[in-house]
Ligand binder design. Structure first.
Ligand SMILES: Cc1ncc(COP(=O)(O)O)c(C=O)c1O
Length: 377
């Protein structure tokens, strides 16, 4: 059987990873400024991560959500404490799209409305509700009817206000930082006004922190730069450092009842062990602080490079807008300098999404490679 051919893939096969680097079969080292699409948070093959997952695997890999799984409570306790949301409730699932799917559904259960407001250039995943609120008709099939979705421009509070004041919008979904679009941060004042409008109109505010969460922005969640407390927050990617796991953080004003949401694999023993290891390492090694410091350093250096039109982002979620297609430079970086970087839906933007443990020396190594690659591209 052949694979269903849906991905554009590079001719590289990483077989091993350590920290912010991966290695191919020939033993070549690659500096990973892409983090496997913002997934690697504490670094590849961290010993604590390996130990926790291995020990759990030797005890019990899986049992369904019909039994006691204290690891889920331990994860919820740690996540609540580290994120500042210890009064929220946690629903565990398996992917970013699934987390958003459940968030949108929960909001609709809660207020009985069916419309959703989303933003231009957004990406929220590929399952039904998630893809309908994604600003890309090209990945919606005819079955993904979008007549319940309204799109507004990011930071356009008047547009949001006129839509919300009709009183029929169930939820507003917004990325903490727009990732795939090419790293666009919502203005803090916009997020504050958005929260007020949502509160006033009985609309649930959903913060999609799938890419920008788990410390990547230099705060646990990117929306915390605006000091807001959304009704629902979704998280995935960095949460499991590569183990598929996602979470929906739910304000205490939402009431749960048995059967309301559910999933077979969500919150399984291995996923919990992986996520607990991530939070433990993040705390012990001060990785959120490191993401902020190293990110600030890297962005300051990048801003002094004249060929880069704009540097956007927070922490270690950085977009470099070259004003011309970034693909040739990305190819040069991977082929000649063995540096992974990320693309974006804007062909002029390169994304940097490394592990939060990136050191200043590694940032410097990237800057040197980038400077040389720019001269030779
Ligand atoms: C902001 C955001 N939301 C949702 C998703 C979907 O996550 P997943 O691919 O785990 O379903 C992504 C994935 O890139 C994302 O960046």
């Amino acid at each position: 059987m052949d694979l269903f051919d849906v991905y554009s893939i590079m001719d590289i096969e990483p077989v091993r990873g350590q920290g912010c680097c991966v290695y191919d079969k020939a033993g070549n080292e690659y500096l990973d400024l892409y983090g496997g699409h913002a997934v690697i948070s504490i670094g590849h093959s961290h010993p604590t991560y390996i130990k926790r997952i291995t020990e759990q695997l030797q005890r019990l890999a899986f049992y369904s959500n019909s039994v006691q799984i204290p690891l889920q409570n331990e994860l919820a306790e740690r996540l609540g404490r580290l994120s500042g949301y210890d009064d929220y409730h946690l629903f565990l699932c398996n992917s970013g799209a699934e987390a958003n799917e459940n968030a949108i559904k929960l909001a609709s259960f809660h207020n009985g409305r069916r419309k959703v407001l989303s933003f231009a250039r957004s990406f929220h995943g590929r399952t039904h509700s998630a893809v309908t609120v994604t600003d890309n008709p090209g990945i919606c099939a005819p079955v993904n009817n979008r007549d319940h979705v309204v799109f507004a421009r990011l930071n356009d509070i008047e547009a949001v206000q006129s839509a919300l004041e009709k009183g029929d919008i169930s939820s507003v979904i917004i990325e903490g930082i727009q990732g795939l679009a090419g790293i666009y941060c919502p203005d803090p004042e916009f997020l504050q006004a958005l929260q007020n409008l949502c509160d006033r109109t009985g609309t649930a505010l959903i913060l999609d922190e799938v890419q920008s969460g788990c410390g990547r922005s230099g705060k646990f969640f990117a929306h915390q730069y605006a000091g807001i407390r959304p009704d629902i927050i979704t998280t995935a990617k960095g949460m499991g450092n590569g183990f598929p796991v996602a979470g929906v953080l739910i304000s205490p004003r939402f009431e749960a009842h048995p059967g309301m949401l559910g999933t077979t694999f969500g919150g399984n023993h291995l996923a919990c062990a992986a996520s607990i290891a991530v939070l433990e390492v993040m705390e012990q090694e001060h990785l959120i602080e490191n993401a902020l410091a190293t990110g600030n350093y890297l962005m300051a250096q990048l801003k002094s490079i004249p060929q880069i039109k704009e540097v956007r982002g927070r922490g270690l979620m950085i977009g470099l807008d070259f004003g011309t297609p970034a693909a040739p430079l990305r190819s040069k970086l991977i082929e000649k300098y063995r540096v992974f970087t990320g693309a974006s839906s804007d062909k002029n933007v390169m994304r940097l999404l490394p592990a939060l443990s990136l050191t200043k020396a590694q940032a410097d190594a990237f800057l040197t490679a980038l400077a040389e690659a720019m001269m030779n591209v």
